[in-house]
Every structure is written in C-alpha cells, then in structure tokens.
Design a protein around this ligand. Structure first.
Ligand SMILES: Nc1ncnc2c1ncn2[C@@H]1O[C@H](COP(=O)(O)OP(=O)(O)OP(=O)(O)O)[C@@H](O)[C@H]1O
Length: 630
C-alpha cells in the first residue's frame, strides 16, 4: 500500500484553484504558503477597493479574519494569530517565517482604516469591527452581541416565578434520591432561570434530565406548558424524541398526561425556514416563538449564526435550556457558543435566583466551589456520572477530556475488550489493518443483505454498526483514501458489490449540504435499498424512515469513512479512528474526545503513540468574544 499525502503547499502550483495569481504583497505570500485560500484573498481585495483601503496589513487582517471564520473562530485575535496559525501539511516554521505585522503597528493601521469600526459604539456601516485585540466581520460581531444581549436581558429580568413546594414535590417524585447524581440539581436550576446549560458527556443522563425537567415545569400551576425541543440535525432530533418518549413512558400517568407527546424538530424547522429567504426565518424579533420553554439538544453543534437567530426569536418569558457536551468539537461553522457559555461562568458575576439554594442544598455536597457557583449563579450544571456505559471507553474518554496523556496510553495498553490501539503511521501494512477490514466487511455484508431485501429500517440500523473516522479529508490519513480502501475490501468480499453503478444497493450515503425541501441536513446518513424493481434511498426524517427517489438527491457522498467533525451527533457500535501524524494542526484533544465518545461498544485507534499524546496535549483554540462578556 502506498501513501498519497499531499506535498506541502510551499511552491506555486499554476493549477491550484486556491492560488491567486494576481495577489501581491503579504496577501500573495500568505496565499502561496496556503494560510489564505482564494476566497479569503478575494474578499480582502474586494473590500480594499470599496474602502478604499490600500494598507496591506489591513487587507491581510481582513483576509485572516475570513480565514478564521472558515476555521471555526468568530473573530481574529491579533495578538496570538501568528503563533496559533497552522496549515495541514505545511511546516510550522514556514508559517512563522511569513511577514506577520507587528501587533501594535497592526492595531494602529486598523484603527485608521475606513473599513474598520472601533469599539461597540463605533460606526454602524463598516464591514469590520475591532474590539480590544479582536477583529470581527461586523455581521458576526452583531450575532455575538445578539446572544450576549439575550443573556444579559435574561439576567436582568425578574426570575421565572416558581411554586417552590410543587417543585420540591415534583423532583422528589421524578428523581429518587439514590441515583440522581446532579440531575435533580440541573432540573431545579433550570426551573429557576430563563437560560440554563445542562452539560455532560454521552450517557450522563442529559436526555433523561430534560424529560424530567419538563415534567417538573408542566406540574407548575397555570396554563398548560408549551414546549419546543430542537436539535441541529434531523438525526439528533429523532434521537431526542425517541429518548424523551422512553423516559416519559416510565413516569406516573399524571406526569405523562401533563407532558403529552413531545416531538423534537430541527432548529431550522423550529425557526421556520423559508425558501429563498437568505438565512431569514419565519420566527424572528418581530414574530417570536410561541413557547414557554425551548430545549436545544446537541447545542455544541449549533453555529453562532443559528444561535443568534434563535436568541432573537425567543420571547422574554420563555425559558431556554441548552443541552450538550462542551468538550466535543464545536460546530462546523463558526462559533462554539455552548463552550463559551460554560467558560463564561468564570468571568461573569451571575445572579443567584431567590429560593434556589434552599431547594438544592443537599445536592451541592459533592460539587467544587466553582461548580456550585456555576450552578447557583450562572445556571450551568455539568452531569458527571455516566450511566450508559462504563469501562474502558469511558476511562479513555475521561483521560482524554482531562488531558492525561499517560493514562490514555495506559488504558489502551491494558487492551480490554472495548478499546484497541493499532500503533501505526500512515504507511500502513494490510496485515495490521485486519481488524478494521474484518469490521468493515462484517458491517458491509449485513448492510447489503438488509438493503437487498428492501428492509429500510434494518438497513438504517446496520449503517451505524461500524464507521471509520478521520481527522483529515485528503491524503494518507484522510476520508477519501480510507473510503476507497474500504470500498475495495467490500468489493473483494461481497458478490456483485457496487456493480450496479452510482446508486448501487447498499451504498451508504451522507448528505453534504442542507436540503430543506427534502428535510435532509448536512451530515444526515442514509442507504440505497431495493424497492421493487428499482432503488430508493432510505433516510430517517422527523422520526420516520422514508424512502426517497434517488433522482431527487443532489448533494450526497458515499460514506464508508467520514470526518470526525461530521460524526458529531451520531453514535456507532464500533468506531475506528485514523489519526494523522503528531504535527497535524487538526489533531486536537476535542477531536480525539469526540471520536472516542462516538463509540458504543468498541473503539480502535489507528495512529502512533506520539500522535495520541500530541492530541491529548493540544486543546483547540477558537477565538470568540462571548466568553469574556458578562
Ligand atoms: N439517574 C440515573 N440512574 C440510572 N440510570 C440512568 C440515570 N440517568 C440516566 N440513566 C440511564 O442512562 C442512559 C443514558 O441516559 P441519557 O440518554 O439520558 O443520557 P444522555 O446524556 O442524553 O446521552 P447521549 O448524550 O449519549 O444521548 C439511559 O439508559 C438512562 O436510562
């Protein structure tokens, strides 16, 4: 087997679509090395013409801000950008040697620029805004401000009125003392606040707590509770609906009746997506959502833009409960709002709702001082006890989360049933990959059998038996190469595999951009199944398995392997994670944690011990102004 890793992009390639031949000065230097893509340079030159602005350091800052957004940061931190910028496949020394402007002179140039508004009260009509050492595209600063204002308004309003004895009775009924961990605390906190955060890793009981919290609220005196539950993807919404139904079915009849049947939808659907409305929704500042409580699950995956749309569509008397795992990778688009809100606790003074502490005294015992403050003053409760699985996957995830590289290697070296380390670099030999191959073939055979028999539900279930996850898209460690390799294994093992052309029966599909008409979302997965004499694509949409004509699918890919980013919100029985080398800028603690926690039964890590340790030691740095506010 050969490696096909891309060569470092340090020379001009006339056929590279990312190279902008007409660029000059620093823009050209940064583009040549691969720090700036073509789109970054084009936005900067276009804005330069509009300004007009000829100072090359300002244009460079504009292009770097656009690049930062592509990489998930909402703004550019001028003081650190030279140190933290890294490019896949390019030596760090090459990036460091670029003509980075000196920060003080750079800031002064931005201050003078007609493109840049300075401070929160600066001109309203400029495309960029500088706040302290942070440079924003103005639009994103406004979105961040929209969320911060929603939080500040919520903190300033009188707290929701709560009938304390009824809360106490409801939590006693719904959360029996022995096994409730911090769940009861989270429910009582959420009842007392307009905005709260329920954080926790997989299996810590977030969904269970959501259902019970809603039952506590539904039990309060007054009109029936109007509830909306939402998640960023259709798949996550379906899981939430299912899990909440499971929890409510075990409640008393009276609680069940008060709650009714709860159905989650995607956030886009909740806000009322309109065709052709260019990012505007039916529900906004002038047409608020008609709910008393809105629960958003998998909130770590929600982008800044979508969270801002939600923030402005909430009525002042609506509780917002954000649920998710702040240790996971954040949204694919810019913004890490959940992580920011959890980190904000340290800086914001916070307000403690009256009557809260009396109700939760006994639940505060095992919390640290910081955790107590977060719960009482900031409405952030992190569930810590894992109920669903235990053992090596959990130990591994916990060691990664807390940055203990030696423990990560120890858990893998123990070699239990559920974890496996294939200590390999990219130039892998077939022999050492026999476990991955066996998993691929076993899952593929099952999937093809179900798909050929036309059984959509079984096909969709089998789709999640085993998944290869990669940090990179391209190169020896990338999604594309691994998908090809796995397809080759399947062709060798399964009679007639993939011989029918593009829409072969058993082809695993992944949607690569939102299709609101079809109600399919970026990252949703499905499978091509036999349907009479033809084929259709099975997808689970809004909790129902549907068969769609393949001719209606435009943006789909084959999904044997996928990026760790795309795997967020999904779980698989078995996961194989392919790590890039230790110096890859994409190798981070959040990436490793997200990949490991996708696995329900078994996780296999293919990569060197050095790469593993490097990942554990490198938390992601995303620039945002949200965590400093408050
Ligand atoms: N207090 C508890 N005592 C015992 N079992 C619990 C408790 N809370 C939750 N569980 C069980 O643990 C499992 C995971 O719970 P739940 O689905 O609510 O977690 P989650 O954090 O939402 O997980 P995920 O993020 O993976 O969806 C479920 O089987 C649930 O019944």
């Amino acid at each position: 087997m050969t490696t096909d890793q891309a060569a470092p992009a340090t020379t001009v390639d006339p056929f590279d679509a990312q190279q902008v031949r007409r660029a000059t000065g620093p823009l050209a230097d940064f583009n040549r090395v691969g720090v700036l893509g073509a789109a970054d340079v084009h936005v900067a030159t276009r804005l330069g013409r509009l300004g007009p602005e000829t100072d090359t350091s300002v244009l460079l800052a504009v292009a770097l801000t656009v690049r930062a957004l592509r990489h998930g940061s909402v703004c550019l931190d001028l003081a650190t950008v030279a140190q933290v910028t890294a490019v896949e496949g390019v030596d760090r020394a090459v990036v460091a040697a670029l003509p980075w402007p000196e920060p003080t002179a750079w800031t002064a140039a931005l201050e003078r620029s007609p493109l840049v508004a300075v401070g929160a009260d600066g001109a309203a009509d400029r495309p960029l805004r500088r706040l302290g050492g942070l440079l924003y595209l103005d639009r994103y600063w406004r979105q961040e401000r929209c969320i911060a204002e929603m939080l500040d308004r919520a903190a300033a309003r009188p707290q929701p009125s709560v009938d304390a004895p009824r809360v106490a009775a409801a939590v006693a009924r719904l959360f029996p003392a022995e096994d409730s961990d911090r769940q009861r605390l989270a429910a009582v906190v959420a009842a007392h606040r307009w905005v709260s955060v329920l954080a926790g890793g997989p299996g810590t009981g977030k969904t269970t707590t959501v259902a019970k919290l809603l039952a506590v609220l539904a039990d309060q005196p007054g009109d029936p509770l109007r509830v909306a539950m939402a998640a960023p993807t259709g798949k996550a919404a379906a899981r939430l609906t299912e899990a909440v139904a499971g929890v409510t079915s075990a409640m008393d009849a009276a609680d069940q009746e008060r709650l009714g049947t709860l159905k989650a939808s995607t956030l886009h659907r909740l806000l009322g997506w309109k065709p052709g409305a260019r990012g505007r929704f039916r529900h906004d500042r002038s047409n608020r959502l008609p709910y008393d409580v809105v629960v958003v699950d998998e909130a770590s995956m929600v982008s800044l833009t979508l969270m801002a749309r939600l923030a402005e569509a909430l009525r002042d008397d609506c509780r917002l409960v954000l649920v998710g795992d702040p240790d996971q990778l954040a949204s694919v688009e810019a913004g890490a709002v959940l992580g920011d809100l959890v980190a904000r606790e340290a800086t914001a003074p916070g307000v403690q709702p009256a009557g809260l502490e009396e109700l939760v005294t006994r639940d505060l015992g095992d919390l640290t001082g910081t955790e107590q403050h977060a719960a009482l003053h900031d409405g952030v409760v992190r569930l810590s006890h894992v109920h669903r699985f235990s053992g090596d996957i959990l130990d591994l995830a916990e060691a990664v989360r807390s940055g203990r590289a030696d423990d990560v290697l120890d858990v893998l070296a123990r070699g239990g049933e559920a974890v496996e380390h294939v200590d390999l670099d990219g130039a892998v030999a077939d022999e050492q990959l026999r476990g991955v191959r066996a998993d691929t073939v076993a899952a593929g055979e099952d999937l093809v059998r179900a798909a050929r028999s036309g059984d959509a539900a079984a096909s969709l279930e089998r789709l999640d038996r085993h998944r290869v996850l990669c940090a990179h898209r391209e190169g020896a460690y990338g999604v594309r190469r691994w998908s090809l390799l796995m397809e080759e294994w399947l062709r060798e093992a399964i009679d007639g595999y993939a011989r029918e052309g593009r829409w072969y029966v058993g082809r695993p599909l992944m949607v690569t951009s939102n299709d609101y008409q079809l109600r399919l979302f970026n990252g949703d997965t499905g499978v091509v199944v036999q349907d009479g004499s033809g084929v259709r694509a099975a997808f689970r949409r809004d909790n129902v398995d549907d068969l769609l004509p393949v001719s209606r699918l435009s943006e789909v890919q084959t999904v044997h392997a996928m990026s760790v980013h795309r795997s967020q919100g999904s779980q698989f029985a078995r996961v194989t994670l392919v790590l890039p080398p230790a110096d890859s800028p994409l190798l981070t603690r959040e990436l490793l944690y997200t990949a490991i926690t996708r696995a329900k039964e078994h996780v296999r890590i293919v990569g060197t011990a050095e790469a593993l340790a490097a990942a554990v030691r490198r938390p992601i740095a995303r620039a945002s102004g949200l965590r400093e506010r408050g």
